[in-house]
Structure formats: structure tokens, C-alpha cells
Design a protein around this ligand. Structure first.
Ligand code: ADP
Ligand code: MG
Ligand code: ZN
Length: 624
């Protein structure tokens, strides 16, 4: 056995602070020592005072040449030196009237200078110490920090800032989020060699926001980035910024950036940014968040104030991008957003492979088969699943984790998930697949619509059960009437597909209907595209500077008849769109059925996967 020191375990180590709590005691000690030494010096350098009565005798005897009078002492210079060579005498002052009274009695009297050291100590050093102790006690209780350290390191982000210099996580440990990894790779290259990157004058985005549902690996991805680039990783959680003392959060931010700048290239990671970066209140009623606001302002100021070429990349993560203060998302701040989504079936198999490495597996375990059992699971759920399966196998006394353990574990994890999140059943997933394929097929058929970029039945965010992503082929500022009609048909395509294949419509189209109604309403009342209503704008006028909620908007005073005609025209547009979508899909029923099945199996289909479908879809006729 070797007697070497054990290696330092990897993990968060507290950052080195220039200001250690022990310094307080040192300082205190030095102060006391100083007082004491001053006292010693005063008494040793000065001539030993003589009694005042003796001084009076020198005075009366005419032996003094000059006298200087201080507030406590009187110093006299003798005309001729004493036998021992002294030329100066010092006495302590005594009040004049007292001296006059005492003098006739020929008594020896002197003034005394009290030593004030002890009194000083007692009168202010001790109360100060007591105060400090009390303060630190409060600090300890409220902030959960330790003793004087907690007090003196207020604003030094001591216990909260985690810094790691040797991150052992790499991109290989994060699976199923290939798009996010690809987007982050550029910043990794930059961190590896910031100077070479600035060669052509390009600069990196300062802030990258990782957006995605909980447990999809945002925190893991941030650490992996540091591991890939081999740079220090400073992380802090948004909720930890929110402190009891006003100004502490802001000081923390300042400190965080200071430390990061000193160790560039490096990564700053702010987890749960939403806790800190919630939209700031407007009215006095929403006040009371001064501390958060200060912290947020400090963060914004720091982000603006530093030069991206120094090699500091700021990452942040949130699962609620919609509540973030818009100021955070402005150019030069978190202007790049990277979506970290729940994995699809293939992605889940990849995540499982990462985690299955850590357990002893039976030969019957197939990651793809487990992935098929776990639709809707995020990375953290899969990690949890592997652990549950291993626990079950252990309890069983088995040598390896077998497939039945996974099947049983899935049930357990799903039961846990269902408590706080929707997990779709097989039938619902089929409905979602049909719905999304309906959107996609209508989009692929109608000319002039944006190409379908990706369809997915992996639930995204909180509300959406699936999504169809269209990629705009160019920026559009103008839309023609026929384009808007096509857009409406695509929106209604989901519901039309459900009606056609399942024979019944579901609530899944609620969002589509809102969007469709909005577009149709605008077509009628803003763009003058409905002949029954004419080219008159009926848009409700809103005093823009006040930004009133809709209910308070000033109506332009529609007559009842006009209102009825508008409603009818809006409805006509939507109905027509539904009919067109149904016509497209009825003719392509087989394509729809096959596509939905394929989507159900793969969970996501990309533009490339859909190429043959798009080709086939364009063959048939297009309804007017
Ligand atoms: P988030 O920050 O998005 O809520 P985390 O990064 O904290 O999620 O994920 C928690 C754990 O779940 C990770 O430590 C890891 O073990 C596992 N995990 C999550 N996503 C992935 C992934 N994409 N690949 C591998 N493991 C993952
Ligand atoms: Mg996290
Ligand atoms: Zn839809």
C-alpha cells in the first residue's frame, strides 16, 4: 500500500478567497497589541513625572528656564543640569485651585494619568465584539453560512459559487441532444483558443441560454462544455442569488465576474436563470423585489461591460424562457438560445447507453427496446430508470440487471412522472402522430408554404404534445391572400387528419384554432381581404403608449350588423380552410396513414426523412 496522500476527489472546491475569516482575529489581536505598545512607548520615552509639589519647589527656587504646558503634562527645562544629568522635568498637571489650596500644608501631591487601555478595551472593543458575534449568529441562521466567515464573506459568493477547474464530464456523457451539442461546439473551439478565434475580427456570442424542460441535461451539458474545452467552470444557481441582505446578490455577481475574468478562458454558468431574471415589475404594486432587481441589473451591467474576446463564455439554463426579462435576451446578452429538448426514441437509446455503462447488464437487455418503452422520458428520468432497475435486480439477488427489471422499473418511474407531468398513453400518442402528420402533409401539398423542417411527437415545453416545425425559406414582410389561406389550411390540417382517420376530433387542436382564428380575424378586419366586409379597417384602436390590456382597449364602435358580418367572414375563412385541408388529406389518405405510423415509430421525422412523402404529396391535385 502506498503512503501517498490520497488524490483530491473531483468535485466542487471552494474558490480561493483573498479575504479569510481568520484575518478578523489577527486584526483584532494586532489592534490590541498596538494600543499596548503605544502605552509602553509613551511611558518609556518620557522622563518619569515628578510630583506637582516638587515641581512647584523647582519653580519657586527659580531653577526653571522655560516651561511648556500640555493638556496633561507640564514640561520644564532646568537652567543647570541636575547631578544625574537631567535637564528636563515633567509633572502631571493638577487643577490650579486645588494646587493653591494644598500648597500651604507642605504636603507632597501629584496628578495621576489613569491608564485608559483597559477602559478603552472594555468600553468599545468588547461591545463591538459582542455585536459582531450577534451579527454572525444571525447571518448563520438566515443565510445558512458559517460563523464569521459567513458574515465577512457576504458578497463574496463564498459557499454558493462552485468552481471546478478540472471538469471530468465530456460531450460523450450527454446523449440525445445532438443539435444542442453541435451548436455549442463552436463555443468550445473558441474557448480552447480564444486568440486564434478573433483572428478575423469575429467575436463569439457572450451569452448562450440553454432552454428546455427539466431533466433534459442542461446542467450536464454546461459542465460538459467546460470539460470539452478544458477550462474552469464557475457555476451559481439563480435562486441562490436571492439573499436576505439587499445588495448582496449584486455583489455576488460582481465577484463572480471578477473571478471569472481572472481565470479566463472559462465558463460562467447561471443555472435556473428564471429565478433571478424574471421580468421586472412595472407598477408600485409589484415592488418589493428590489434585491432581485439590483442583482439582475448588475448582471446586465457586467454582461455589457466585458469584452467577449477575453474568452469568458456565459451560459445560463432555464425551463421557463417565457418569464425572463426581455432585457436579458437582447443583443449582446443571452442572444443565442439553444434548445435542449426531450430525446426521441433514438436519443433515448443513446442516453440509456451512457447510463447502462455503469451497471452490470444481462445479455437480454437491449437499449432500443427500453427506449421503445419510455416515450416522453427526459434524460434524468432515464438515469433514474436505470438506477431503479439496478435496485430491483439487487433486491432480487440477481447477478445482472435483466430486461424484466427494466419493464418493472418503467412502471414505477411512469407512476412517479404522472404525478407532475403528462405521460401519454399509446392511444393518445397515435392521435398526436395523426394530428402532426396532418399538418405536415397539408404543408407539403399546398404550393408556396414553408418547407416542413421537422415533425415530432415528443412533448415539448409544458403544453404542446407534439409539433410540426416549418422553416421559412425567406424573410417575409408581406403575405398574399392565398398564402394566408394556405397557412390557415395547414393550421387546420391537424384537426382534419384526426377527423378523417380517427373519426373524432380532440382537444389537441385548441392551440391551432386560436392561431387560425387570429389570422382569419386579421384578414377580415385589418387586411380587408373579405369581400362581404370590404376594405375597411375594423381593428380596435389601442392607445399604444399606455399599453392597456385588451379589455380596456377603445373600440371603434362597430355596429351590430358589422360585427355580425365580421364574425361570419372570419368563420367562413376558417371553415374553408378546414374543407381544403380535408380535401388534401382525403386524397392522400394512404400517405397520411403510413406517415403517422412512421412518426409513431420514430417519434421525430426530419426534412430529409420526409423527402419521399413530400414528393408523393405534390403529385395529386390541389384544392382551390
Ligand atoms: P437539467 O439541468 O436540464 O434539469 P440535469 O443536467 O440536471 O438536467 O440532468 C440530471 C441528470 O440526468 C444528469 O446528471 C444525468 O445523469 C441525467 N441526464 C439528463 N439528461 C441527460 C442526457 N441528455 N444524457 C445523459 N444523461 C442525462
Ligand atoms: Mg439543471
Ligand atoms: Zn396542431
Amino acid at each position: 500500500m502506498s503512503t501517498n496522500k490520497p488524490p483530491v476527489p473531483p468535485g466542487p472546491t471552494p474558490p480561493q478567497l483573498p479575504w479569510k475569516p481568520v484575518n478578523l482575529w489577527l486584526m483584532l489581536f494586532a489592534l490590541v497589541a498596538l494600543f499596548w505598545m503605544r502605552d509602553l512607548w509613551v511611558t518609556s520615552t518620557e522622563v518619569k513625572p515628578i510630583p506637582y509639589s516638587e515641581f512647584l519647589q523647582y519653580l519657586k527656587g527659580g531653577e526653571l528656564q522655560s516651561i511648556s504646558i500640555g493638556s496633561q503634562f507640564i514640561t520644564g527645562t532646568l537652567k543647570k543640569p541636575e547631578p544625574d544629568g537631567r535637564t528636563r522635568i515633567v509633572t502631571t498637571r493638577v487643577a490650579t485651585d486645588l494646587a493653591r489650596e494644598l500648597e500651604p500644608y507642605n504636603v507632597r501631591f501629584e496628578g495621576v494619568v489613569e491608564n485608559t487601555l483597559l477602559r478603552d478595551l472594555l468600553s468599545w472593543v468588547v461591545p463591538a465584539l459582542l455585536l459582531l458575534a450577534f451579527w454572525s449568529f444571525i447571518g448563520k441562521r438566515m443565510a445558512g453560512q458559517g460563523g464569521f466567515g459567513g458574515l465577512l464573506s457576504v458578497g463574496k459568493s463564498r459557499a454558493k459559487l462552485h468552481s471546478e477547474t478540472d471538469v471530468q464530464v465530456s460531450f460523450d456523457d450527454v446523449a440525445g441532444v445532438d443539435e444542442a451539442k453541435a451548436e455549442l461546439r463552436e463555443s468550445v473551439d473558441f474557448l480552447k483558443d480564444p486568440k486564434a478565434y478573433g483572428r478575423l475580427g469575429a467575436h463569439m456570442p457572450k451569452g448562450i441560454l440553454l432552454v428546455g424542460p427539466p431533466g433534459t441535461g442542461k446542467t450536464l451539458l454546461a459542465r460538459a462544455m467546460a470539460g470539452e474545452a478544458g477550462v474552469p467552470f464557475f457555476s451559481i444557481t439563480g435562486s441562490e442569488f436571492v439573499e436576505m441582505f439587499v445588495g448582496v446578490g449584486a455583489a455576488r455577481v460582481r465577484d463572480l465576474f471578477e473571478q471569472a475574468r481572472a481565470s479566463a478562458p472559462c465558463i460562467i454558468f447561471i443555472d435556473e436563470l428564471d429565478a433571478l431574471g424574471r421580468a421586472r415589475g412595472v407598477g408600485p404594486l409589484t415592488g418589493g423585489h428590489d434585491e432581485k432587481e439590483q442583482t439582475l441589473n448588475q448582471l446586465l451591467a457586467e454582461m455589457d461591460g466585458f469584452d467577449a474576446s477575453t474568452g469568458v463564455v456565459i451560459l445560463a439554463a432555464t425551463n421557463r424562457p417565457e418569464v425572463l426579462d426581455p432585457a436579458l435576451l437582447r443583443a449582446g446578452r443571452f442572444d443565442r438560445q439553444v434548445l435542449v429538448d426531450r430525446p426521441d426514441r433514438k436519443g433515448r437509446a443513446d442516453v440509456l447507453r451512457v447510463h447502462l455503462k455503469k451497471v452490470t447488464l444481462g445479455t437480454d437487455v437491449d437499449p432500443d427496446a427500453v427506449a421503445a418503452l419510455t416515450p416522453g422520458f427526459a434524460g434524468a428520468d432515464l438515469a433514474n430508470l436505470v438506477n431503479e432497475a439496478a435496485l430491483l435486480a439487487t433486491r432480487r439477488g440477481a447477478d445482472a440487471v435483466a430486461m424484466p427489471d427494466f419493464t418493472a422499473a418503467v412502471e414505477r418511474v411512469v407512476a412517479g412522472l404522472e404525478r407532475h407531468q403528462r405521460v401519454l398513453g399509446a392511444k393518445e400518442r397515435h392521435t398526436v402522430a395523426v394530428h402532426e402528420m396532418g399538418h405536415a402533409l397539408v404543408a407539403m401539398t399546398l404550393p408556396g408554404t414553408d418547407p416542413v423542417h421537422k415533425i415530432s411527437i415528443v412533448p415539448r415545453g409544458v403544453g404542446a404534445l407534439g409539433y410540426t416545425m416549418q422553416r421559412p425559406s425567406e424573410d417575409r414582410y408581406l403575405a398574399s391572400r392565398s398564402e394566408l389561406r394556405n397557412r390557415l389550411a395547414v393550421l387546420l390540417g391537424g384537426r382534419a387528419a384526426e377527423a378523417l382517420l380517427i373519426g373524432e376530433v380532440s382537444t389537441g387542436a385548441a392551440d391551432d384554432l386560436v392561431k387560425a382564428t387570429d389570422i382569419a380575424h386579421d384578414m377580415v378586419t385589418r387586411y380587408g381581404m373579405a369581400s362581404e366586409v370590404g376594405q375597411v379597417v375594423y381593428e380596435r384602436q389601442r392607445p399604444s403608449f399606455l399599453d392597456l390590456p385588451d379589455a380596456m382597449a377603445l373600440d371603434r364602435g362597430l355596429s351590430e350588423d358589422t360585427a355580425r358580418r365580421i364574425d361570419a367572414a372570419v368563420r367562413a375563412f376558417v371553415d374553408e380552410a378546414f374543407a381544403r385541408a380535408t380535401a388534401v388529406l382525403t386524397e392522400r389518405r394512404t400517405l397520411l396513414e403510413q406517415g403517422a405510423d412512421r412518426l409513431l415509430a420514430h417519434e421525430t421525422l426530419t426534412e430529409a426523412d420526409l423527402l419521399p412523402v413530400a414528393e408523393a404529396a405534390r403529385q395529386g391535385s390541389v384544392p382551390a
